[in-house]
Design a protein around this ligand. Sequence first.
Ligand code: NDP
Ligand code: HSE
Length: 437
Amino acid sequence: MEKRKKIINVGLIGLGTVGTGVARILLKKRRTILQNTGLDFRLKKVCVRHLKKRRPISLKGIEVTDQPKKLTQDASLQQIIELIGGLGPAERIIREALENDKDVISANKALFAERGVGIYQVSKRTRNYIGLEAAVCGGIPVIQGIKEGLASSRIDQFYGILNGTCNYILSQMSKFKTSYQDALEAAQKKGYAEQDPTLDVNGSDTAHKLAILARLAFKLEIDYKAIHCEGIEGITAEDIQYASEMGYSIKLLAIAKRHSAKSIELRVHPALLDGKHLLANIAGVNNGVLIHGDETGEVLFYGKGAGEKPTASAVVSDMISIALLSQSGIMANEAIYGKAKISKISSVESRYYLRFQCANRSGVMGSLTRSLGRQGISLSSVKQPEVQHAKSAPVVILTHKTREDKLRRALKKIQSSKGIKGKPVILRIEGREDSAV
Ligand code: NDP
Ligand code: HSE
């Protein structure tokens, strides 16, 4: 059977790390994509901020402008790819493209997590598609996996390592004893980090991605601001070492659990993850998402979570899906059944890793464990390396499961005691269930 060819004219806004990767694929692999899909993507226009900047690819024959309107208002373009990042200008560009009857592909997790509700309304009203595969987990087709692969499953929970920069930093610190700062600089050089890397290391980027995945998985509107979020800035080589000695690795996790139809738990924080857990050995820039669906059981998505090539590959995958879907006219997977009620972190139950610096004198350990005991917190391990003449010693405690508010009450009491130096380190523990008897 002879294949029919469909031409799709494309406008690309943003030619940085990801935009350059997309342009490269569209220019170099146009014939391959056409042979594989019957779709002929023609990159017609590119928009950048600095017209005079030297580019690592040749844009011969392509109109280059610094005016997004020249793309969003061009009636000959069917798809607009937004890869500038940030909120205000990107939102205006996307809304205008949708209003002008174009499908939009974006990697902008910050924008869709924080202001997605209004943009989705425009897309619904104008019946134009939005593709966000590149916004979550780089080259891993996790959005398509949830939308289509798991469409008949009710998703109860998922765990994710969703930020390549943080996973790269933690892996470098753990495997090669690299300092936090050197590892962050290397991640920036490799093009993994956001323009403002604070968003990576303080957990916001992971929370943005969690909001996008949770909306799809639970089909509920998510208030991004209600997600509890902690980053990796305070993780030290010392804690990585203690965790490793006890069989854990430290990972920045995104955790999503469904408690009832609309009540869910969403949190982002570093955690000690049992070394045998499927996500524990995901290293470097790689990401992983472990999803539990009622039909499928556990499904694991794994691959590179950031960088030019994997992210550009996800953009192109969206361009193909949307081009095929738009021929059908079906607006699939857009059902949202109300607003999520997100649990407060104070009511969440977890196990904890606690590290205190305790004065080296009698009674300090007793008072510490008494304060925990008074809140009904049971301990599963207590460790203090031998010290002789030092003024203080580290004490590492692992607890059984307890509610966060009980732990906070105990810590308030402990921190007011003279025997405890500085602020304790508090990390949650995941993946190794146990219970006090
Ligand atoms: P970069 O900073 O590398 O590139 C941004 C590009 O946008 C530049 O080409 C810049 O132009 C252009 N630009 C910025 N503002 C405007 C504007 N107002 N009008 C026109 N062009 C503009 O960003 P990335 O490629 O790293 O990221 C792009 C998006 O992809 C972000 O939303 C990011 O969160 C997301 N993302 C990034 C990943 C990564 O690994 N880097 C992975 C997944 C998602 P100029 O070159 O002239 O300065
Ligand atoms: N800065 C992000 C990360 C890019 O490191 O994961 C991919 O979304």
